[in-house]
Design a protein around this ligand. Structure first.
Ligand code: C5P
Length: 208
C-alpha cells in the first residue's frame, strides 16, 4: 500500500481518566504502544502526536510531533509532518489500542475504492436520551470509532481553516467530502475511564 500514512494522536490530557491514559500499561505494554504498532503494521509511515513535554524519538514512528489544545489541532500538527506525496492518511486515536489491522485495511480499501473518507462504526446498544428532547430513536444511530482513512487532499483541505470537531470525518463531510461507513468492532473500545483498561485487558485475553 504505497503512500498510506497514519497520524496517531496521543496528546490528550486524559481528563476523564484522571491522567494521561495513553501511558498506562495494558498487558505489560503502554496503551500508546499498542496503537502505534498496529498503525505501523497497517501503513507505510506513522506520525505520532504527543504532548509537547513528551516529544522524543519513537522506534515505530517516522516522526514524533507536539500536539495542540484540541484533538483537531493535534491532527493538524500531525498532518504537517506527513509527506506531501502521501495518498491516503489514516487518523487513529492512541486511546483505541485494540484496533485490529483488518479495521485499518477496511477503511483504507474504502478510500482506495473512491470515497473521500471512511470511518468505522458500530450500532448503538444503549437507549439514548437527549437532555432537552428526551429519549431518541437509536435505530439510525451508530457509535463512531477510529481508525478513519481519507484521501490525503480531502483531509488536508478539511483542516485548512482550523475547524474543530470530535473526529475528522465530520470535518471532511462539512467540507463537502463523501465519507462512507464500514463495520467497526465492538472490541475496539476507547480507553476513557479506568474501568476501560480492565475491559481491554480482558478482551486481549480472548484473542488467539
Ligand atoms: O479526548 P478523547 O478521548 O476524545 O481523545 C481522543 C484521542 O485524541 C486520544 O488518543 C487523545 O490522546 C487525542 N487528543 C490529542 N490532542 C488533544 C486532545 C485529544 O491528541 N488536544
Amino acid at each position: 500500500m504505497p503512500g498510506v500514512w497514519a497520524v496517531v494522536v496521543a496528546a490528550g490530557s486524559g481528563r476523564r481518566f484522571g491522567g494521561p491514559k495513553q501511558y498506562e500499561l495494558l498487558a505489560g505494554r503502554p496503551v500508546i504502544e499498542w496503537s502505534v504498532c498496529v498503525a505501523r503494521a497497517a501503513c507505510d509511515g506513522v506520525v505520532l502526536v504527543v504532548a509537547p513535554a513528551d516529544v522524543a524519538p519513537h522506534r515505530s514512528a517516522d516522526a514524533v510531533v507536539a500536539g495542540g489544545d484540541t484533538r483537531s489541532a493535534s491532527v493538524r500538527n500531525g498532518l504537517a509532518a506527513v509527506p506531501d506525496d502521501a495518498e491516503v492518511i489514516v487518523v487513529h486515536d492512541a486511546a483505541r489500542p485494540l484496533a485490529a489491522p483488518e479495521l485499518f485495511a477496511a477503511v483504507i480499501d474504502a478510500v482506495r475504492g473512491g470515497a473521500d473518507g471512511a470511518l468505522c462504526a458500530i450500532p448503538v446498544t444503549d437507549t439514548i436520551r437527549h437532555a432537552q428532547h428526551g429519549t431518541i430513536d437509536r435505530a439510525p444511530l451508530v457509535a463512531v470509532q477510529t481508525p478513519q482513512a481519507f484521501r490525503a487532499a480531502a483531509l488536508r483541505a478539511a483542516h485548512n481553516d482550523g475547524a474543530d470537531a470530535t473526529d475528522d470525518a465530520a470535518l471532511v463531510e462539512a467540507a463537502g467530502g463523501r465519507v462512507v461507513v464500514v463495520p467497526g468492532d465492538p472490541a475496539n473500545i476507547k480507553i476513557t475511564h479506568p474501568e476501560d483498561l480492565v475491559i481491554a485487558a480482558a478482551l486481549l485475553g480472548t484473542r488467539p
